[in-house]
Design a protein around this ligand. Sequence first.
Ligand SMILES: Cc1cc2nc3c(=O)[nH]c(=O)nc-3n(C[C@H](O)[C@H](O)[C@H](O)COP(=O)(O)OP(=O)(O)OC[C@H]3O[C@@H](n4cnc5c(N)ncnc54)[C@H](O)[C@@H]3O)c2cc1C
Length: 569
Amino acid sequence: MIQHDVVIVGAGLAGMRCALEACKELDVAVLTKVYPSRSHSGAAQGGIAASLGNSEPDSWEEHMFDTVKGGDFLNDQDAVEEYVKAAPRIIYELEHMGCVFSRTPEGKIAQRSFGGHSKPRACFSADRTGHAILHALHEQLMKNSRSVKIYNEWYMHSLVIDGDQCNGVIVSNIQTGEVEVIRAKAVVFCTGGYGRVFKITSNAFASTADGVMAAFEVGIPLEDPEFVQFHPSGLYRQGILFSEAARGEGAYLLNDKGERFMETYAPSRMELAPRDIVARAEQSEMDAGRGINGEDCIHLDLRHLGEARIMERLPQIRQLAIDFLGIDCVTDPLPIQPTAHYSMGGIPVDNNCHVILDSEGTKMHGFFAAGECACVSVHGGNRLGTNSLLDAVVFGERAGKSVLEYARGRDFGNVNEGQEKARVLEKFEDIFQREGSESYNQIRDEMKEIMMSHCGVFRDEQRLKTCIETLKGLQERFKKGKVTDKGKLFNTEIYEIMELGNMLGMAVIIATAALERRESRGGHYRTDFPKRDDKKFLYHSMVYDSPDGLVIKTKPVVITKYQPAERTY
Ligand SMILES: Cc1cc2nc3c(=O)[nH]c(=O)nc-3n(C[C@H](O)[C@H](O)[C@H](O)COP(=O)(O)OP(=O)(O)OC[C@H]3O[C@@H](n4cnc5c(N)ncnc54)[C@H](O)[C@@H]3O)c2cc1C
């Protein structure tokens, strides 16, 4: 049996920042199914928020208010306050670790505008901000390699739980197929989001809900899963992100008639209204037949920015559009559409990243979570752009501190290695033994299609019910799938099947929670209940598993400074 004081699953921003903290005193393992610098954090483009006030006076209070208003007042405000206050320190620390930020002419960290933020507060490295931070953190981890062991291309299957205590994880080495148990005093999940359940998504292939579903399977509820963010500018049909930074720099959105239609939907903020509002505006234009050439896309026009500015501020995404669409944004407008982008919900944690089981804050001892897989909840019903990299670094650091505090001087728990291993070996065997005829690829495609069309930007009771029924049918067919590669070595097919199993489970949870929330708030919009309903629904959903199916309980929203008010832009 492998043993480490702490196992961190995930090597994105949250996981690596957490490891840097925990390794100050503990023996740390970081486990990741993709090489650390391939984690989805590295794809982040536009920026990371902090009220540095480098281009206009700014304050943490304004950052907090924008975040809470952007989240449609579902955010836990005590957590938001601590988080925005930490932001400036976090940025300077990243800078001192070697992260190269773009600069103002006088040499300060440059800051640009982003949707829903009333001040320019996005710190950035051109349009490769995630890449710059991820590599800076990776270098720091390398420097600490004596106390951190990185398990590259290892897959986490399941948690080892004893009552209300987490004692480790069951994992396998993707290269050899060997299953192992890692015993640990504490486990931290930093496994990222689950955008891959949707057909059109900006998310990397690894964003498949493994972490959240592993937690769910041992009785931990999932908080606010119905809140999924659709980003307004995914490249048409590809979903690949074209950063909001483009609109931050001044790009326009145009319908087929050449109108800047945001005038109708958010006259004061125009293209820089929060993402949920812009994505709905685009979808409404397309549904009304004003998509470009009647198709499901809108134009993003950058031409007036000029080549010099585009090359200085947005070079990577210009190239992405040339490579994937054959269109150069210097000379032509880009066809874009809403793309599934971010998971506001996740594993419920307290403000110190300890995983909790209910609205009373009962802890699962020894289990922590941070980053996109966790729900603190600082983003409420809709996350503002650039607030997520900040979330991953602030709460990654915090999880590291909490784990240090927790694991210091503590003994390892009991683990029955044979029994735990057998559970996962059975999962493998079950898939290998199936002699079914169903194609897993077909099932995956159908899941993505129905989630996009029936649980997307606009939802209603009928569509959600059909969605859930279809997904349950797919879960049945999943049991009758056929695997073609039965080898042990680097069998990527088997891992894709396990990921698909997790995504199907997650999709049902998203759609069920969306059906039960009979109001519209943030990223969750019900055409049959188009208004926000604070009397009935100002709470977090907590979705539990039970023998009779999913059960949804509630958890109160923490409101400190800002009372819910109508959200206009
Ligand atoms: C295209 C794109 C652009 C974005 N741009 C911005 C931006 O400009 N600003 C901003 O604030 N936010 C942005 N976001 C959001 C932000 O990047 C993410 O929310 C954040 O980086 C998530 O970090 P994380 O550490 O939680 O997870 P990730 O970086 O997603 O890392 C997840 C880790 O978990 C590991 N993992 C998962 N499952 C398993 C398993 N079963 N076994 C082993 N390992 C596992 C993966 O290998 C990976 O290392 C963007 C997102 C996307 C998709």
